[in-house]
Design a protein around this ligand. Structure first.
Ligand code: MTE
Ligand code: MO
Length: 434
């Protein structure tokens, strides 16, 4: 692109931004949502249209400053997460933003400014949320159903725990068939310190769970401002009832009040379970005999063979054992010959991660890596390090974790939507040592 064309585009962009201030943009999105709803078009077509609009609007504010990113995407951060670190993130769309591989393992806890975002529904605004302490959550399917305000929940109990938040589709970008959805590689995952009230205390305060309940069903209210049909838009997720014993209702994330973008002011945390079950903007938790029948439970997040779909296939619930190298990668610059620290993260899923092996020759031979940093419990990940003496040349670095009697497989489990990828081969990295 020549200089004149560049400036013409820049000028046009600035003009469009001036005209389309945020409020108008919101109005526009709302009108489009309404149109989709009233014309009774199917939701899939609707969301594709919306994504198109969202992409077009988020491409507008190109400035020279934010064009200088590590990834080739020219998109800036969407407004609702303007506080995040642009350089740590890859913007797939304004509903899917992933953390760079190299930005994930530099600390045990992933800083909020680096944490990925996955929105099925738009993040609720301060105005839509209102007084945070007055946020309400109803508890049903218990002996004495109750509605608690956030202020009341804070008096019920208080704990802090670390869990991994990981999108079911993390690793989708490695699948070879054409998979719909964000092409996540490793960055739709984070290790988070949550503060809130254990779900068990909430249940106790309601006299215990109904004896015939089979599921714990959590519902968000972020679809409400959109006016869309709840069957298609409500993020309601059922998990086995037993999950409540470890679950929590969180109002803090890594030491600050839960940001709106991460489901503020209150969110369900289901340790060991995939991201989608960690319902944001939580409005209700019900102990139910049957699974929710909304789209996000019935048809989405089902692990089915390529070419097949349906609610008979397993839901994205428990996460498997997994690990990946975060440094060095092709993102982290030149690797000098000599002693190289190979660093990564490893998680056990539902069980404690026991060990990690690292290979520098594409999986032909393996060496045991060392865990570093504190152990924050079985639902957190561990950082691992292996020091290797590397001569100049090309290397394929791989990691393979074990825990709960399972070891990461070499290959991905092929499935239609690219869920639950924990194969070590696809997650390996090629580096050049000079
Ligand atoms: N209410 C609500 N909860 C939600 C979602 C959503 O769109 N709305 N997205 C889910 C998905 S698919 C994932 S992976 C995680 C993402 O959490 P984060 O955006 O805080 O990283 O939240 C889950 N909970
Ligand atoms: Mo997700």
């Amino acid at each position: 692109m020549n200089f004149a064309t560049h400036w013409l585009i820049e000028l046009t962009n600035q003009l469009v931004i001036m005209i389309l201030n945020n409020k108008q943009e919101e109005e526009m999105k709302k009108r489009i949502l309404k149109k989709i709803d009233t014309s009774k078009r199917n939701f899939l077509t609707g969301s594709v249209t919306l994504a198109g609009v969202a992409a077009a609007t988020s491409v507008l504010p190109i400035t020279i400053a934010n064009a200088n990113h590590k990834d080739s995407s020219p998109k800036g951060l969407p407004d609702f997460i303007s506080w995040k670190d642009r350089n740590a993130l890859i913007v797939h769309s304004d509903k899917g933003i992933e953390t760079h591989r190299s930005a994930i393992g530099e600390s045990l806890i992933t800083p909020n400014r680096n944490i990925y975002i996955r929105n099925n529904m738009p993040t609720m605004s301060d105005t839509q949320i209102g007084d945070r302490n007055n946020w309400k959550v109803s508890i049903k399917g218990v002996k004495n159903p109750k509605t608690f305000s956030l202020a009341q929940l804070k008096k019920l109990g208080h704990t802090t725990m670390a869990t991994i938040l990981q999108c079911s589709g993390n690793g989708r970008g490695f699948f070879a068939h054409k998979v719909r959805g964000s092409q996540w590689k490793t960055g739709a995952a984070a290790c988070v310190l949550w503060t809130g009230v254990p779900m068990k205390l909430v249940v106790d305060a309601c006299g215990g769970v109904d004896s015939d309940a089979v599921f714990m069903t959590s519902a968000g209210v972020d679809h409400e401002p959109t006016g869309l049909d709840p069957k298609k838009a409500k993020v309601e997720r059922s998990v086995p009832k037993k999950v409540y014993k470890d679950a929590m209702l969180a109002w803090e994330m890594n030491g600050v009040p839960l940001p709106n973008a991460h489901g503020g002011p209150l969110r369900m945390v289901t340790p060991g379970y995939f991201g989608i079950n960690n319902v944001k903007h939580l409005g209700q938790v019900a102990f139910t005999k049957t699974e929710s029948t909304v789209k996000y439970m019935k048809s989405s997040y089902r692990i089915s063979p390529i070419g097949k779909k349906g609610s008979q296939y397993p839901s994205c619930w428990e996460m498997p054992v997994k690990s990946w190298i975060t440094r060095p990668t092709d993102e982290t610059g030149t690797v000098k010959a000599g002693n190289v620290q190979i660093v990564g993260v490893a998680m056990g899923g539902m069980k404690k991660v026991r060990s990690v092996k690292v290979s520098i020759d594409g999986g032909q031979s393996w060496k045991k890596a060392k865990f570093v940093g504190p152990d924050l419990g079985k639902y957190a990940w561990r950082q691992f390090v292996l020091e290797a003496n590397l001569a100049p040349g090309s290397y394929n670095l791989a990691s393979k974790a074990s825990g709960g009697g399972k070891t990461q497989p070499e290959l991905r489990m092929e499935n239609r939507r690219g869920y639950a990828h924990n194969g070590w081969k696809d997650h390996s990295v090629n580096i050049k040592v000079v």
